[in-house]
Ligand binder design. Structure first.
Ligand code: FAD
Length: 508
């Protein structure tokens, strides 16, 4: 049904107010200033230096490349400004069992043969006795494991073109860079603390925010980027928060930067501990570390001690504690307020998805931008899309915990035995029978990601797709050997990660 103009609430959007200047606030400000400030709109961002930002969030997924491209920010300028490095995936240590390790790469495994998924052929070979890791068939994984890097080649036939990557960067430097970009594009930054929110009496829309010195900032559209405080979407509008901690029980983290003890490697490492896991994110000038844990299972002092005794370099600051509840707002867009970033929800950082959720929220808002006023159907569409995205990522993250064989602590026994969402149960059951993976909706994580984590955590299907049997075993084996040889030789021939950054002129 096409809605007519009477469906619109409010008037054309002239004044946009962003509350908060962390990664979410400045990403929104930069993107809005590039695409929405056409001379008829004013964009204002309010932030409080005294309150500060969450100050973490340094690993990303490949989609971030498109965000920077959209803003026409060159990759080398970006890496230099943020002390950034490349990321080819995540190494998971101690997740299936203590002593295990596997790699979740960006990019695909091998080449499909005659339209048959490569991993199906791999499963058959594995069952027939070849126990090599599936990583040997992935260009990104092979480069990562050799500490090497190359940019996707323009020559589509080169295996380097199979390298997919994202970045590690200093979150505060990224926000600084985006702030400069946005301010150069006429975004008006207001320093101050929001102490009150005024709503229209008749429709409950937010009319203005009041700062501690009495200043009033009015707007037509408000973007809540106030972080975990959720000043507008939560405090003012009371949008319900769906708590997912029964599936994702981690609720706190200690974060600490350290000196680099070696040249930065092109991947994030996630090491599972007694009641959570520790990240290692290598940047040019330092390494980011953090221990994400569940306070139900270990006390804070033990969690802090686990982090401090598992650092590779010297701490550059005191550990900082962060607290959160995994989950999301049932509606990210309510009335004339759109929540971006931590105010809209938080899925713990295991797969580095939060910055992507901000980016996706911005892109979705552009696609449904309420330029003539607010149409409920557009708001519903936005909320439906964000719900699906959050739930898909949630399921993928739960998989890492639930598919453990660990029984060595109360935490691991809990996550191993807990009931899981039926959507994930279905995916796991389909994989367990014949290694089948089907991408639903606009799911973020595709076939290689599910295969990487399922196999990495020792879920070996009972069989393989019968279609694989249509291909001759000997010919498949030859093709697989060739793939391995090409990926190994190509990885060896690439420059080291540090050499590549320096050669590109992206070293700060
Ligand atoms: P914040 O950074 O908290 O910013 C909130 C802003 O609102 C600040 O400017 C603050 O001053 C302002 N504000 C608040 N109250 C007021 C007020 N009353 N008046 C005025 N201003 C106000 N994401 C990833 O993608 N990858 C990762 O590796 C990753 N790791 C993480 C690890 C941990 C432990 C945590 C907790 C998060 C991680 N994230 C990660 C998430 C990532 O940090 C956030 O998504 C990102 O930083 C965006 O945060 P934000 O801008 O929503 O909130």
């Amino acid at each position: 049904m096409i809605k007519n103009d009477s469906s619109f609430i409010g008037s054309a959007i002239k004044d946009i107010v962003i509350v908060g200047g962390g990664t979410a606030g400045w990403m929104a400000a930069a993107a809005f200033s590039r695409f929405l400030d056409n001379g008829n709109r004013n964009i204002t961002l309010v932030e409080s230096e005294e309150i500060g930002t969450v100050g973490v969030g340094e690993a990303t997924i490949p989609a971030i490349i498109n965000f920077n491209k959209m803003l026409e920010i060159s990759e080398n300028d970006f890496l230099r400004a943020t002390q950034g490095t490349f990321k080819l995936g995540i190494e998971f240590v101690n997740w299936g069992q203590v002593g295990d390790s596997y790699f979740h790469p960006f990019g695909n495994y091998g080449q499909d043969l005659h339209g048959i998924n490569f991993h199906q052929l791999y499963l058959r070979e594995h069952a027939l006795g070849d126990k090599r890791s599936i990583s040997q068939y992935c260009m990104s994984a092979m480069a990562a494991q050799n500490g090497r890097f190359g940019r996707a080649s323009a020559n589509a036939r080169s295996p380097v073109s199979e390298i997919f990557y994202a970045y590690h960067f200093d979150a505060s430097l990224y926000a600084k860079m985006l702030r400069e970009y946005a301010e150069n594009n006429k975004v008006n930054r207001q320093e101050g603390r929001v102490v009150d929110v005024v709503r229209h009496a008749e429709n409950g829309f937010v009319e203005s925010v009041i700062l501690d010195d009495g200043r009033k900032i009015s707007g037509d559209l408000f973007i809540d980027c106030s972080g975990f405080r959720a000043l507008l979407i939560g405090d003012a509008l009371g949008e319900e928060y769906e708590d997912w901690s029964k599936w994702l029980p981690v609720d706190r983290a200690f974060a600490v930067p350290t000196t680099n003890i070696m040249s930065p490697v092109p991947f994030t490492r996630s090491t599972a501990h007694e009641a959570g896991w520790q990240w290692r994110i290598p940047l040019q000038h330092r390494t980011g570390n953090g221990h994400v844990y569940s306070s139900k299972f270990i006390p804070d002092d033990v969690a802090q001690q686990i982090l401090m005794s598992n650092l590779e370099g010297e701490p550059l600051a005191a550990p900082k504690q962060l607290r959160f509840t995994t989950g999301r707002r049932k509606n990210s867009w309510s009335h004339n307020v759109v929540a971006l970033g931590l105010s809209g929800g938080f899925l713990e950082p295991l797969e580095s998805t939060s910055i992507h959720l901000i980016q996706n929220g911005i892109a979705r808002l552009f696609a449904l931008f309420p330029d003539k006023g607010f149409n409920p159907i557009e708001r519903e569409e936005y909320n439906k899309g964000m719900s699906e995205l959050y739930e898909d990522i949630r399921d993928f993250i739960i998989l890492h915990y639930h598919a453990t064989q660990r029984e060595d602590s109360e935490f691991w026994r809990y996550v191993k035995n807990m009931s899981i969402p039926t959507s994930l149960e279905r995916k796991m059951d389909l994989f367990k029978s014949r290694g089948r993976v089907f991408r639903e909706n606009a799911e973020l994580f595709g076939l290689p990601s599910w295969v990487a984590v399922m196999l990495g955590q020792n879920i070996w299907p009972y069989g393989w797709d019968t279609l694989a049997d249509a291909l001759d075993e000997g010919r498949v084996r030859d093709a697989m050997r060739q793939m391995r040889d090409v990926y190994a030789a190509t990885a060896q021939a690439l420059p080291t990660h540090e050499e590549f950054i320096k050669m590109s002129g992206a070293w700060a």
